[in-house]
Write a protein that binds this ligand. Structure first.
Ligand SMILES: [Zn+2]
Ligand SMILES: [Zn+2]
Length: 269
């Protein structure tokens, strides 16, 4: 069994996580991780998180970096929405994500439930699930316009609720082309993507994001892989790590990237 080295996609009580920063760090130490990074949501319920909250978050993580310096390396990151309008300086790394689609006059979150997805497809896409999927990938491809991101979060988040209800055909060429086109547009602009087991931990998916066809394309396009669990509960900090390693190997990856004080470095899988 491969041992989990690092998790850079974690949420605490600063957003929708269950545990405090300190509880997450203690759990990471217990599980033997060499480092942990926090990636609080910069945008929440359609609004930017207030500056004061982000400042407190940064301060608290800086304090715990010192407190735990001899036990584990702690990094301060952010999971950013493309329409967020905040100062993105002073973080160790930035994850770019799309959880909202600009529809009508508002940003609509498609991440919550299958019921919401159903409503969005009916209300905004005339019942056409494929048009909905394509709108997501068009948004994703625009990420670099909104910040200098290091990691693309859950590349095919749009598939989160698709295992129970088939909103669009994931095996169709039409769907896969939309995803591959986004990957081609992001290549050379955001260096890393994550293999994310978060939806497995929460019972939405039976395999990590992204789907295998997409992993192979990301490999072809030269993206580096980062394994994360998109953790909202310290019990799941290393959930599905072995699955992520196996799927990466199966798709031809020989290494994953780890964040260190000297930046991201490749490590053998
Ligand atoms: Zn996310
Ligand atoms: Zn997240």
């Amino acid at each position: 069994m491969a041992k989990c080295l690092q998790n850079l996609h974690t949420h605490s009580t600063y957003c929708d996580g269950k545990d405090t920063i300190e509880e997450m760090i203690l759990a990471a130490c217990e599980k033997g991780l060499r480092s942990i990074g926090f990636s609080s949501h910069a945008f929440w319920k359609g609004l930017p998180v207030p500056k004061q909250v982000i400042d407190n978050y940064k301060y608290e993580i800086a304090e715990f970096k010192k407190k735990f310096a001899d036990k584990i390396e702690v990094f301060c990151g952010l999971e950013c929405e493309m329409h967020g309008d905040m100062d993105l300086c002073g973080f160790d790394y930035l994850i770019g994500a799309v959880h909202y689609l600009p529809l009508g006059n508002e940003f609509v979150c498609f991440d919550w439930s299958a019921q919401d997805v159903q409503t969005i497809i009916q209300q905004y896409f005339g019942g056409d699930g494929m048009a909905y999927a394509k709108a997501y990938y068009q948004q994703l491809a625009q990420l670099p316009q909104h910040g200098s991101f290091d990691i693309i979060a859950h590349f095919d988040l749009i598939t989160k609720h698709c295992e129970k209800v088939q909103f669009f055909d994931r095996s169709s060429k039409e769907y896969q082309w939309a995803a591959i086109e986004a990957a081609e547009q992001l290549a050379g602009k955001i260096p890393y993507f994550e293999v994310n087991t978060g939806a497995m931990a929460r019972g939405y998916r039976t395999s990590p994001y992204p789907d295998m066809f997409l992993l192979k394309e990301l490999k072809r396009l030269g993206f580096g892989a980062i394994i994360s669990t998109d953790c909202h509960d310290s019990r799941f900090l290393d959930y599905g790590y072995q699955d992520a390693v196996e799927v990466l190997r199966e798709c031809g990856f020989k290494e994953q990237f780890i964040l260190t004080k000297d930046g991201f470095i490749p490590t053998e899988l």
